[in-house]
Design a protein around this ligand. Structure first.
Ligand code: ADP
Ligand code: MG
Length: 623
C-alpha cells in the first residue's frame, strides 16, 4: 500500500504507457476550456443510464429496478469536493479495470497524435477518442469512482487515482445501483464547487441529456432533458445546431446546411440532418462509415443506419428518431418492419427540398455543394432512374457558351434558341480540350449552347439521363444538324473538286482499312479536318467511355471518319505523291487525332515517333 491511498485493502495497478502520457498532458497543460470535463462525465452517466434502460427492456432482474434514472451532482465548497452520481448500469470490478484502466489504449494513442497538431482544440475532441473520462484530471487532485453493477449478484467496487502512474482498486460499500464519481478539485479549480458555475456549464453543454440532472438537494432538474432533434426549431439557436454537428461528427468545418424535421404523418419522425461542406471525412472524424444514427424514442439503436437514405444521399449526416419504431428491436427487425421505407421516403424528400432551396437561396453555397457532392447525384441519376425527376433539377453543368459558371438544365432550357427541341451535350476528357472538338464546329457557328460533360461520372450519369422535361438529350456527335445553315461570317471556302476528293477518300480507306466503317465527306465541319461519327446503329456510345474509365478491356469502337472537303490540310495532302510514306502517316495521324479528341485513344504516347516524322518532313520543307 502506498502513501496517500484512500482505499483499504486496495490492489495497485499501473497505467499503460500511452495512458500515462495522456494523463501527463492533461495534468500539466493549461486549458482554457477545462469545464468540458463535466460534459464528459455527464455524457458517461447518460450513456450508463441509456444502457440500463435498454437492459430493462428485456431483463427484469435488475438491482433497484424502481429507482429513478437520474444524475445527481453535489458540491462541498470547503473541502473542494464535487460528486456526480448516476443510477445507470454500473460497473463490476472487471468493468472498472477494463474501462478506466486499460481499454483506452488505442484512443489514448490517437489522442496523443491529435495533441501534436496545434490546430486541434484538445478539450473539444477528448470525448471522441474514448478517453473522455480522463479529462477529469484537468481539474482533479484525485478521483474516486465507486460503482455497483445492475446485476444483483455483483459486488460494489472502487477505483482511485491521482493522475500519476498508478491506480488502485478495492472493494466498496455501496448498496445502490450506479456509479459515484468523487472529485477532489485542484486548488485552482475551486470554481467547480460552485453550484451556479455548474448550472451554467450544464446549460451550455449538457442541456439535452435525456435524464434529469439534479444539483445539491434540488428537486427540479437543471437540464432541459430533451434531445436537440426533439426540441422545436424555434427554440434552437444557430450556435446549438453547429455545436451539435461538431459533437456528432467532429467535423470542424461548419456544415453547409441543416435540416430539422418533425412530422407525425405518414410516420412519426424527428430528424436533424446535415450536409457537410466536404465530401472527404476529416482525419479525426468520428463517423467511420456512412449512415445515420437511428434512435427509437431517444435510445440509440443503430449507429450507422444505411437504409434511411438512398445511396446517392449517403453523404448526409445526422440523427433520426421515431416513436413508431418498436423499442425492443434488434437491427434485423428494424429492417423488416415496414416502417423503414416510409421513413426513407420522408427523409429523402426533405433532403431534396433542402438542396433545392439552397440552390435557390444561396448560389455560392450550392456551388460548393455541387463541386463536393455532384458526383453522388450523378451516380443517383445512373442508379436510381425512378428518382431522376427529383435529382435532375439539382444537376449543374458547364457549357460551351458559359464555360466558367454552373448552369442548371432549367437555365439551359431558358436560353434555348427558338425552335430548338433538344438539349445538346458533348462528352470529352477535360473542359478545355473538349471546346476544340470538331463536333462543336457546327454548334459554335450557330451559337447553340452545348453541355460539356468532362467528368468521369458524366458517362455514368448519361445512362440514366435521356430526357429533361420535354427535351431529349442529344450527343452532338450524333445529332442531326441542318448544314445548310452556314454561319454568316464564314465565307464559303472553296471545296476540293469531287473527283479529287473521292480519290482522297479511297486513300484513307486503304490506309485505315477495317479500323473505320466508312470514310465520307462532312458538311458540318468548319475549323476541323475530320471527326469520328457513330454509325447510326451504334448502341450507347457512352458505354465505350464507361468501359475505359473502369479500366476494362475494350475494343476501339469502329466509327465513320468524316472529312472536311474545304480544309487546307486535305488540299495539301492531295498534292503529296499518292501512296507516299508521308501521305500515309499523315492519314494515320489524322485518324489518331480524331480518336484522341474523342477520348478513345488507347495509347496516345504511341503517336510520338510518327509526329516526329511529320515534324521532320515539315522542317525539310517537303510538306
Ligand atoms: P467513452 O465514454 O468514449 O467510452 P470514456 O473515457 O468517457 O470513454 O469512458 C470510458 C468507459 O468507462 C466508458 O465506455 C464506460 O464503459 C465506463 N464508464 C465511465 N463512466 C461511467 C459511468 N458513470 N457508469 C458506467 N460506466 C462508466
Ligand atoms: Mg465518455
Amino acid at each position: 500500500m502506498t502513501d496517500g491511498s484512500s482505499i483499504e485493502n486496495a490492489q495497485e495497478f499501473s497505467f499503460k504507457a500511452e495512458t500515462k502520457q495522456l494523463l501527463n498532458i492533461l495534468i500539466h497543460s493549461l486549458y482554457k476550456d477545462r469545464e468540458v470535463f463535466l460534459r464528459e462525465l455527464l455524457s458517461n452517466a447518460s450513456d450508463a443510464l441509456n444502457r440500463l434502460r435498454f437492459e430493462m427492456v428485456t431483463n427484469q432482474n435488475v438491482l433497484d429496478s424502481a429507482a429513478e434514472l437520474n444524475i445527481r451532482i453535489k458540491v462541498d465548497k470547503d473541502s473542494r469536493m464535487l460528486t456526480i452520481q448516476d443510477t445507470g448500469i454500473g460497473m463490476t470490478r472487471e468493468d472498472v479495470i477494463e474501462n478506466l484502466g486499460t481499454i483506452a489504449q488505442s484512443g489514448a494513442r490517437k489522442f496523443l497524435d491529435a495533441a501534436k497538431d496545434s490546430k486541434v482544440d484538445l478539450t473539444q475532441v477528448i470525448g471522441q477518442f474514448g478517453v473522455g473520462f480522463y479529462s477529469v484530471f484537468m481539474v482533479a487532485d484525485w478521483v474516486r469512482v465507486t460503482s455497483r453493477s445492475f446485476n444483483p449478484q455483483a459486488e460494489a467496487v472502487t477505483w482511485y487515482a491521482t493522475g500519476e502512474d498508478h491506480y488502485q482498486i478495492g472493494r466498496a460499500d455501496m448498496s445502490e445501483r450506479g456509479t459515484r464519481i468523487e472529485i477532489k478539485l485542484k486548488e485552482d479549480a475551486a470554481e467547480f464547487a460552485e453550484e451556479y458555475r455548474l448550472k451554467n456549464i450544464i446549460h451550455k453543454h449538457s442541456d439535452y441529456i435525456g435524464f434529469p440532472i439534479y444539483l445539491g438537494d434540488g428537486k427540479d432538474a437543471v437540464n432541459k432533458q430533451t434531445s436537440l432533434w426533439r426540441t422545436s426549431k424555434q427554440e434552437v439557436t444557430e450556435e446549438q445546431y453547429k455545436e451539435f454537428y461538431r459533437q456528432t461528427t467532429l467535423d470542424f468545418e461548419d456544415a453547409l446546411t441543416h435540416i430539422h424535421i418533425s412530422t407525425d404523418a405518414p410516420v412519426q419522425l424527428y430528424a436533424l440532418l446535415y450536409v457537410p461542406s466536404k465530401a472527404e471525412r476529416g482525419m479525426f472524424s468520428l463517423r467511420k462509415e456512412d449512415g445515420l444514427k437511428l434512435y427509437s424514442r431517444n435510445i440509440l439503436i443503430d449507429e450507422y443506419n444505411k437504409d434511411l437514405l438512398p445511396e446517392y444521399l449517403r453523404f448526409v449526416q445526422g440523427v433520426v428518431d421515431s416513436e413508431d419504431l418498436p423499442l425492443n428491436v434488434s437491427r434485423e427487425t428494424v429492417q423488416s418492419s415496414g416502417l423503414m421505407p416510409k421513413l426513407k421516403k420522408v427523409l429523402t424528400n426533405q433532403a431534396i427540398r433542402e438542396l433545392e432551396s439552397l440552390a435557390k437561396n444561396n448560389a455560392e453555397k450550392y456551388q460548393t455543394f455541387w463541386q463536393e457532392f455532384g458526383a453522388y447525384l450523378k451516380q443517383g441519376v445512373a442508379s436510381a432512374p425512378q428518382e431522376t425527376e427529383n435529382i435532375n433539377p439539382l444537376l449543374r453543368f458547364k457549357t460551351n457558351l458559359n464555360p466558367e459558371t454552373w448552369s442548371s438544365l432549367d437555365d439551359y432550357a431558358a436560353r434555348m434558341k427558338l425552335g430548338q427541341k433538344e438539349i445538346f451535350y458533348i462528352v470529352g476528357e477535360d473542359p478545355k480540350s473538349v471546346l476544340r472538338s470538331p463536333h462543336l464546329d457546327y454548334f459554335h457557328s450557330q451559337g447553340t449552347e452545348v453541355l460539356l460533360l468532362t467528368d468521369p461520372m458524366d458517362s455514368f450519369m448519361l445512362m440514366g439521363l435521356h430526357k429533361y422535361k420535354d427535351f431529349e438529350l442529344k450527343n452532338v456527335s450524333s445529332a442531326e444538324v441542318d448544314a445548310t445553315q452556314k454561319p454568316k461570317e464564314q465565307t464559303e471556302t472553296e471545296k476540293i473538286p469531287d473527283a479529287d476528293f473521292n480519290s482522297l477518300i479511297e486513300r484513307f480507306k486503304q490506309v485505315l482499312g477495317g479500323r473505320v466503317t466508312d470514310v465520307r465527306a462532312s458538311n458540318r465541319l468548319y475549323q476541323s479536318i475530320a471527326r469520328l461519327a457513330d454509325a447510326d446503329d451504334t448502341v450507347n456510345p457512352e458505354l465505350q467511355r464507361v468501359y475505359r474509365f473502369l479500366g476494362k478491356e475494350y475494343e476501339i469502337p469502329k466509327k465513320i471518319l468524316e472529312l472536311n472537303p474545304s480544309h487546307g490540310v486535305l488540299k495539301n495532302l492531295l498534292k503529296l505523291e499518292t501512296g507516299s510514306e508521308l501521305q500515309n502517316i499523315i492519314i494515320e495521324q489524322i485518324y489518331d487525332s480524331a480518336l484522341l479528341v474523342e477520348g478513345l485513344h488507347p495509347d496516345p504516347s504511341s503517336m510520338a515517333s510518327r509526329v516526329q516524322q511529320i515534324i521532320e518532313a515539315a522542317l525539310a520543307g517537303k510538306a
